[in-house]
Design a protein around this ligand. Structure first.
Ligand code: UD1
Ligand code: CA
Length: 451
């Protein structure tokens, strides 16, 4: 049976106290909506529909950035979860299969859980995802008889006896398109919140004699984000899981709780990550590298055998070949660094191509920006850039060329040449001693005057 995915994401998220629609708040540097879409994509849905309302344009953009085929429908007024599904009718026209409803603010449902639901669907018309919890709070309660789900009662409408139930509704629901839409037609907003509850589908289905069951998953999967506190908790859950996954893949995290990962961080086996390292989006690190403490990486690639940090910053477009060394207080942006090249201390390398086996001395800066435009610096293989060289781009340094320390290089340096561009040194014998004497006397005079 083919599957369509419906993701509800129209709510305002009042408790976030934010200008940004709730579902666009990031977890591990990608909107929580994308996490939900990614979870659903494991079922290879024939169609995906996102229901947006608050911040419609921004939500649509985020959804289509993830997958341009996603259909984004607008729910102008948020009249409840059943109404939100109802506005997908058009978008699901001509689709003959099962519909799985996910919430955009419940980002961590796993592919395995969704697959279990699909399996349970074989013998039931409706399948709901539930979870056992010690703190059921305001979640809807699942009222079971045997393995059949009788109904879902929202907290606001529940009796004390029902509130005592600890098996709760995650919000995820699976039913055939035709069943779902025909049941939704019968839903009325006769409840304490005056909303069309999707959860009423259950009782209505049972009244028709249809089979309804609940599949249980781990509480962590159904974590719903309603506040900044929940967002931080969701981030923590993601980070904990992602660190664990990396360690299982053979990455050493010396102090895992201090390493921040992104949704797409890739790190190869036998790489060692020291404490307090931040991986922004788009980072791939190959096997057998070492990322030393307090480094900040984003949008970059680190090849096998390289050594990064401590205190290194790799920005988008930093491409390190094998066995590269990037040391403390070095920033690299939009630059390729050739095999075995070293940039060990206090440098800025931006918009550049560095060859292999080259040494970049301490304090070297590629002056890539003239205030209006960016320019490129090229350094060849086996070159030696003296400490504190300013490479004023656009400029090219040839293979095996050298620059003298403190040079301001504004013209190309050909292969094997040495370029020195600094004021010539003057050495004046005995002058330092005289100068010291004068200064010491001045100091004494001042001290006696102030008495
Ligand atoms: C819902 C469930 C509750 C469940 C809980 C789990 C209903 C009636 N209740 O309650 O049983 O325990 O989720 O987190 O379904 N949305 C829309 N349009 C609307 C209303 C909601 O798109 O008109 C979206 C929201 O953006 C959100 C999701 O649906 O992503 C859930 O809505 P929310 O209002 O948060 O439902 P809860 O009260 O949490
Ligand atoms: Ca909610």
């Amino acid at each position: 049976m083919s599957i369509a995915l419906v993701i509800l994401a129209a709510g305002k998220g009042t408790r976030m106290n934010s200008d940004l629609p709730k579902v666009l708040h990031p977890i591990a540097n990608t909107p929580m909506l994308v996490h939900a879409m990614q979870a659903g994509s494991a079922l290879s849905p024939a169609r995906t529909v996102v229901v947006a309302g608050h911040g419609f344009d921004a939500v649509r953009t985020a959804a289509n950035d993830f997958d341009e085929d996603v259909i984004v429908v607008e729910q102008k007024e948020q009249n409840g979860t059943a109404h939100a599904v109802d506005v997908c009718r058009e978008a699901l026209k001509g689709f003959d299969g099962d519909v799985i409803v996910l919430f955009g603010d419940t980002p961590f449902v796993t592919a395995e859980t969704l697959t279990k639901m699909v399996a349970a669907k074989a013998e039931n018309a409706v399948v709901v995802l539930g979870f056992e919890t010690a703190e059921p709070g305001k979640y809807g309660r699942l009222i079971m008889s045997g393995n059949q789900l009788d109904r879902i009662v929202e907290f606001a409408d529940a009796s004390d006896e029902e509130r005592a139930v600890t098996f709760c509704n995650s919000g995820v629901m699976l039913a055939h398109r035709d069943t779902l839409f025909s049941l939704i037609e019968e839903i009325t907003p006769q409840n304490s919140q005056g909303e069309y509850y999707l959860t009423d589908v259950v009782e209505l289905a049972r009244q028709r004699g249809l089979g309804v069951t609940a599949v249980a998953c781990d509480e962590g999967e159904t974590l719903g984000v309603n506040s900044r506190l929940h967002l931080a908790e969701a981030e923590a859950v993601f980070q904990t899981n992602a660190r664990k996954d990396l360690m299982e893949l053979g990455v050493t995290l010396q102090q895992p709780e201090t390493v921040m990962l992104s949704f797409d961080t890739v790190i190869g086996r036998d790489t060692i990550v020291e404490p307090n390292v931040y991986f922004g989006p788009g980072v791939t690190v190959e096997s057998g590298t070492r990322i030393r403490a307090f480094s900040h990486l984003e949008g970059c690639h680190v090849s096998r055998g390289s050594l990064v940090g401590p205190y290194a910053r790799l920005r988008p477009g930093a491409e390190l070949s094998e066995n590269v060394h990037v040391g403390n207080f070095v920033e690299i942006k939009n630059a390729e660094v050739g095999e075995g090249t070293k940039v060990n201390h206090l440098s800025y390398i931006g918009d550049a191509t560095l060859g292999a086996g080259t040494n970049i001395g301490a304090g070297t800066i590629t002056c890539n920006y003239d205030g209006v435009m960016k320019h490129h610096t090229t350094v060849g293989d086996n070159a030696f850039i003296g400490s504190n060289t300013m490479l004023v781009a656009p400029v090219t340094i040839g293979n095996e060329a050298m620059t003298g320390s403190g040079s301001v290089i504004t013209k190309d340096v050909p292969e094997a040449a040495l370029a020195i561009a600094r004021a010539e040194q003057q050495t004046k014998p005995g002058v330092a001693r005289k100068l010291f004497d004068i200064l010491k006397k001045k100091k004494q005079k001042r001290a006696s005057e102030s008495k």
